[in-house]
Write a protein that binds this ligand. Structure first.
Ligand code: 6R9
Length: 674
């Protein structure tokens, strides 16, 4: 196991390294933005006193607090009598004698009250708009779920979903939930190899995909990638591939295995009796990067996960029935699970789903969508905000953004400057900005302002939600001093937390509940943070070898494994380098087999390796820079000197002790950017 000391050193490096610009400006950051009166007047939760009262209620009777919310927000088929089972830590269970169905909670329960309400306003890449009511969505989910059953798919089976960002992706996920099938969505930008690895790890019995996806005017193959993935090894567990016809392009077809979505659903009934599952029944697994080469299959429960999604819709997004909610995340990420597929539907909201990119066919696309659909609540990532800032304030000014009442940010720290732009230019100083800290593993928001109650500070995700016992601690688990960096932990189990890692309970325990910290009782988030004099949390960055490129998590080890799998490469190390728009970009240090290449060869090989990494993992993992040297900098004991590589990547003066370097000339070699 990685020593916690190493973790902390990593955190400090972050503080003085990758996040330096952010941290410095954060330290100077003392602006406070209390919620505007107009917002508070209509907010679900108003004032710090109410927030404090909720926190104290959770403090007094922790289990009772969550049980009350679970009864209030979830419709149970069989009510639970047990709340938290903590007899086998860290394998916690919540509400575990209750029964429910997630799809029933997201769809059927709205049919008596608001069947004709629009559930989804879909806008395609090319601008076509499709509206789908709760009744229609229910019918589509039922028909598709019946289709899955007709293929022999049963409760507990796993299905990989590799779909474009369209209504069908939501239908596929909801249909799985309806019949107790565990879905595992793979982001459409991931490679065949990633699809293959997830199919194998999950032991999937089917894959749901489309012929192609369209984004930013470009088409990308999906079905062909699935075919490639299925040919990579023993994938005999997969008996069916269901294909949604999207662009209509010609695709290869294996008649005994492949099924058209439209044929499968054509003669199915509009009704499908949900399978009532136990509260702890796995709803989905979602693979995310960690500090080793193998992505982790984060496994979520049904009831606890749903509760987190609903409660945060209510508290953090201050949900009102007339809202038009728009979360720009793809369903391939956890944000798209909790704030596209599950949260908004469970609470009965109308939401926008957008297939395309922020700047196609023109740079005002996001603002145009907000204007066109009268979006009230807009949730996106800092990387998107930063790229839109670059285009200037006159662009959003051309659109009518007066429908907006709340703005959200997720995925990475938002630098105060970007926060201010979002607040003043997009929110016109009227809309609170909720900077939401959470993770694939936590399922829903953990630290985020309740917008009618908590004054915001640009760059801080503010305070934990009631019932979330977050803290910053040192290596022993004791609270870190105010202003001092430490490990971000959550001290008590909470309903929406991951239950385990698929097929790997030991890795679950070791990664998230390391014995060194408080005897293994705290959930270790993998981020460093500090708290200010008001108790506000400031996230400083990852403490493990996880990079955050455009708000997406990527493990350095994953990229390194991909690089060394190329026949030209002997050894590789990857670090992050700060980037104005994307947060971080990837710099790879590569030792080739054979001689050091000359400049022209180097440029060609670098391009080959970039393509290789794209095809091994996906385009988001493509290294920005590749540098070549005769060997990697290591300590005497053979440990890679990552800090040194980080300094080299940033072009900083080297202050580290390099006396142990056998071959100092590599510093010169690795300083050259290709
Ligand atoms: C939801 C999501 C999780 C990691 C997390 C942290 C970073 C997410 C953040 C943030 C600062 C925020 N992160 N939200 N850092 N402020 N508001 O992004 O999940 O893809 O699992 O990433 O992202 O480092 O540990 P996931």
């Amino acid at each position: 196991m990685i020593q916690l000391n190493t973790f902390l050193t990593g955190a400090l490096v972050c503080q003085t390294g990758s996040n330096m610009a952010t941290i410095e400006s954060i330290l100077r950051e003392n602006r406070i933005f209390p919620p505007a009166n107009e917002f508070v007047r209509h907010a679900n939760i108003t004032g710090m006193k109410t927030y404090e009262a909720l926190r104290q209620e959770a403090e007094r009777d922790y289990a009772g607090f969550w049980a009350k919310l679970a009864k209030q927000y979830i419709t149970w088929h069989k009510p639970f009598t047990r709340i938290l089972d903590d007899t086998n830590p860290p394998f916690y269970k919540w509400f575990d004698d209750g029964e429910l169905n997630i799809s029933w909670n997201c769809l059927d329960r709205h049919l008596t009250t608001q069947a004709n309400k629009t559930a989804i306003i879909f806008e395609s890449d090319e601008g076509e708009v499709i509206r789908c009511s709760y009744r229609e969505l229910h019918q589509r989910v039922c028909r598709f779920a019946n289709g899955l059953k007709a293929l022999g798919i049963r409760q507990g089976d796993r299905i990989v979903i590799y779909m474009p960002m369209r209504i069908e992706a939501v239908v596929a996920m909801q249909a799985c939930a309806r019949i107790g099938v565990i879905h595992s969505v793979v982001f459409g930008g991931f490679s065949a190899k990633s699809v293959y690895e997830r199919i194998i790890d999950a032991g999937a019995s089917a894959v749901i995909t489309a012929d192609e996806q369209t984004r930013g005017g470009k088409r990308h193959a999906l079905k062909a990638t699935v075919d490639e993935a299925l040919a990579m090894g023993d994938t005999t567990s997969v008996h069916s591939v269901i294909v949604f016809r999207h662009t209509g392009t010609d695709i290869p077809w294996q008649p005994e295995r492949d099924r058209w979505w439209h044929n499968l659903t054509a003669s199915q009934s509009d009704e499908c009796e949900p399978i009532w599952v136990n509260a702890e029944h796995p709803l989905f697994t979602l693979y995310t990067s960690g500090s080793t080469g193998k992505p982790k299959g984060v496994q979520h429960s049904s009831a606890g996960y749903l509760l987190g999604a609903i409660v945060s819709m209510q508290w953090v997004f201050d949900y009102h029935s007339e809202d038009i909610f728009w979360c720009t995340a793809d369903v391939g990420w956890v944000t798209g699970h909790s704030y596209v597929t599950y949260g908004p539907l469970a609470i009965g909201a109308t939401q926008v789903i957008f297939e395309g990119t922020p700047t196609y066919p023109h740079a005002g696309r996001f603002w145009e969508i907000i204007q066109k659909h009268r979006v009230t609540t807009f949730y996106t990532a800092p990387t998107a905000i930063r790229s839109l800032i670059k285009l200037g304030p006159d662009l959003p000014e051309k659109y009518d953004l007066s429908s907006l009442r709340l703005l959200g940010s997720v995925g990475e720290p938002i630098n105060p400057e970007a926060w201010m732009w979002y607040y003043t230019v997009i929110g016109q100083s009227r809309c609170p900005v909720v900077d939401t800290w959470w993770q694939t593993e936590t399922g829903s928001h953990m630290i985020a302002p309740i917008p009618g109650a908590i004054p915001a500070k640009p760059g801080s995700c503010t305070l934990p939600l009631p019932g979330i016992d977050a803290a910053v601690v040192d290596e022993t688990g004791l609270p870190a001093e105010q202003g001092k960096g430490g490990f971000l932990v959550i001290k008590r189990p909470f309903p929406s937390m991951l239950r385990t890692l698929w097929n790997d309970p030991e890795r679950f325990r070791n990664t998230y509940f390391p014995a060194d910290i408080a005897g293994g009782h705290y959930y270790l988030a993998g981020d460093s943070a500090h708290r200010d004099q008001d108790g506000y949390f400031w996230i400083m960055g990852r403490i493990d070898d996880v990079l955050n490129v455009s708000g997406h998590r990527l493990g350095t080890m994953e990229i390194e494994s991909a690089l060394v799998a190329h026949p030209l490469v002997a050894e590789a190390a990857v670090v992050g380098k700060p980037h104005e728009i994307r947060g971080e970009v990837i710099v790879a240090f590569v030792v080739l087999r054979g001689k050091l290449p000359d400049d022209q060869q180097a440029a060609e090989i670098a391009e080959t390796l970039r393509e290789w990494v794209s095809s091994e993992i996906g385009a988001i993992a493509r290294p920005e820079e590749i540098r070549f040297g005769e060997n990697l900098p290591k300590t005497r004991s053979g440990k890679l000197m990552r800090r040194l590589l980080r300094s080299l990547a940033r072009g900083e003066t080297i202050t580290q002790d390099i006396s142990t370097l056998e071959n100092p000339v590599i510093l010169e070699q690795f300083s050259q950017t290709i």
